[in-house]
Ligand binder design. Structure first.
Ligand code: LR7
Ligand code: MN
Length: 483
């Protein structure tokens, strides 16, 4: 039955070069596939398993390991045990006797795996034809690479397979939420020159990746202090990058994943004891002076940070001689929008109106805020909606990789200033003059101005510089670390 399917399926793997480059990989290592689940639906779990069986070269597939994290659904017990015995690939089921969460469930799966490589998948995926060869090829050539597929979207209503936007890489925002952004600089150029080449990513989504099994343990597998859900993807990304490895996306490998609008299961102990505790651990162990930045602006994790015992992870960091978070930001993610020692960080206040620049709360594609740049009364408390970073290159940026942007038209109608996704372009560069207090748009040499001082909510424009107060801006620094 599945032989037939192999012939008829469309190639989601649509770069024809991918199909030719990765037709097979006989000298690639074998992998164990580890799938952890809690109360997963039968159909989605089996869709994942069958897509692995049907679309992986048998010579590269060691085994499938299912880890049932204390599901209560009856069909996941004996019926699943019986079903699995009929599968054409060696498939083991492990069961945790109480809910341990995905991090510890994966560790139990990894502990019994025998493949040279470990490949983790969420329990509601569909692997496409040719998904595995590009992942294993990367690890064959460099055992310190942790490699992810491009993650496509399976619609949670229709279960249709939908191609996702390609020019994305993974990173995170000021709240340590994982986000997709458009890569900058050299990685983007690399993508455009050869879209089949693996490219670096600052962080991985977490659920779908391959790693050399021995390397997984050499690098400290996972933080066993983390429970249930969340944060382990950033922890692993920081650790791999800072301690000598790399995290990559192999664009010829595509796997679909069901994105659900809400979490279908409970968080035992509540979100404070689980997600926030996990994120607090990430920040405490890996972020150096940005640890303080995270806790200053994230109250909930801050409140529980003292409960975390992280000594063994700090010991690991020392033993692996890991580099600093500053190194990570500068080298792995130079386009980042975090404050640094040589960047301004704080409020941008207009002198005439005495209001502050704000981040709009309307969302565009990839869920990033976009809209006209506007002012609002300055909030006294340290609220990140009114915090901006200004870089040495002149980018005025805020959380979620959004930037102050004005069109490069020297003449013509009054140009409205917008807030949109940072793209490194000239039109997003500004220069601040400390004595005149002007914020000039670099290409136009026009000044950032309020369009109508009586109705500041109408937005900002760029105008010929005229020395008026509406063109004067005060950059008020806000402390972000303890130094
Ligand atoms: O207590 C739990 N025990 C489990 O076994 C909670 C979850 N799980 C299982 C669950 O059944 C699923 O198979 O763990 C897997 C991941 O849980 P999801 O599907 O609820 O997570 P997610 O897809 O919402 O979240 C992403 O971030 C997580 C942070 O901990 C994990 O890293 C997920 O693997 C990760 N998913 C992906 O990377 C898929 C692509 C999503 C994107 C972007
Ligand atoms: Mn998932």
């Amino acid at each position: 039955m599945f032989e037939e399917e192999k012939k008829e399926l469309p190639l989601y793997n649509f770069h024809y070069r991918c199909t030719h480059l990765f037709r097979e990989c006989k000298d690639c290592p074998k992998t164990s596939i580890i799938i952890v689940f809690h109360n997963e639906a039968w159909s989605t779990l089996l869709r994942t398993v069958w897509s692995v069986i049907n679309r992986s070269p048998m010579e590269n597939l060691e085994e499938i390991i299912l880890v049932d994290d204390a599901s209560q659904r009856e069909y996941l017990k004996k019926p699943l045990d019986d079903y699995v015995k009929t599968l054409p690939v060696s498939t083991k089921i492990l069961r945790t006797n109480k809910r341990v969460g995905l991090i510890q469930a994966r560790l139990r799966g990894a502990a019994i795996a025998t493949g040279e490589v470990l490949t983790f998948l969420d329990a509601h995926c569909e692997c496409t034809r040719g998904w595995l060869e590009p992942l294993l090829t990367v690890i064959r050539d460099d055992r310190t690479a942790v490699v992810c597929p491009i993650i496509d979207i399976i619609n949670d209503q229709t279960f249709a397979y939908i191609k996702s936007f390609e020019l994305h890489w993974g990173a995170f925002n000021w709240n340590l939420q994982f986000r997709w952004y458009t890569p900058g600089g050299s990685q983007l150029v690399k993508r455009q020159i050869d879209p089949t080449l693996p490219f670096n990513t600052p962080a991985m989504a977490g659920g779908l990746f391959s790693i050399d099994r021995k390397y997984f343990y050499e690098m400290g597998s996972y933080d066993e202090g983390m429970t249930i859900w969340g944060g382990e993807n950033l922890e692993m990304s920081f650790r791999i990058w800072m301690c000598g490895g790399k995290v990559q996306i192999a664009p010829c490998s595509r796997v679909g994943h069901i994105f659900r609008k809400a979490s279908p299961y409970t968080f035992p102990g509540g979100i404070k004891k689980t997600l926030y505790a996990n994120l607090a651990r990430v920040a405490l162990v890996w972020m150096d002076e940005w640890t303080d930045f995270y806790f200053r602006f994230n109250e909930a994790p801050n409140a529980i940070k003292h409960e975390q015992n992280i000594s063994s992870r700090l010991q690991l960091k020392k033993e692996l001689k890991c580099k600093s978070f500053e190194w990570y930001l500068e080298n792995v993610w130079p386009e980042h929008f975090f404050p640094t020692r040589n960047r301004f960080f704080g409020h941008i206040r207009n002198v005439a109106v005495d209001w502050c620049l704000v981040k709009p709360d309307t969302k565009g594609i990839s869920n990033q805020p976009v809209g006209l740049a506007t002012l609002e009364p300055c909030i006294k408390r340290n609220v990140t909606l009114e915090m901006f970073v200004m870089t040495k290159e002149g980018f005025v940026m805020t959380d979620d990789s959004i930037c102050l942007d004005a069109p490069e038209t020297k003449s013509g109608p009054v140009a409205k200033v917008r807030i949109m996704a940072c793209n490194g372009a000239e039109r997003q560069r500004w220069s601040y003059n400390n004595s005149t207090k002007e914020l000039r748009h670099v290409t136009n040499q026009k000044c950032l101005d309020v369009s109508d001082s009586s109705k500041s909510s109408e937005g900002l424009i760029i105008e010929d510089c005229n020395g008026e107060e509406s063109q004067k801006w005060i950059l008020e620094p806000v402390p972000w670390n303890n130094y």
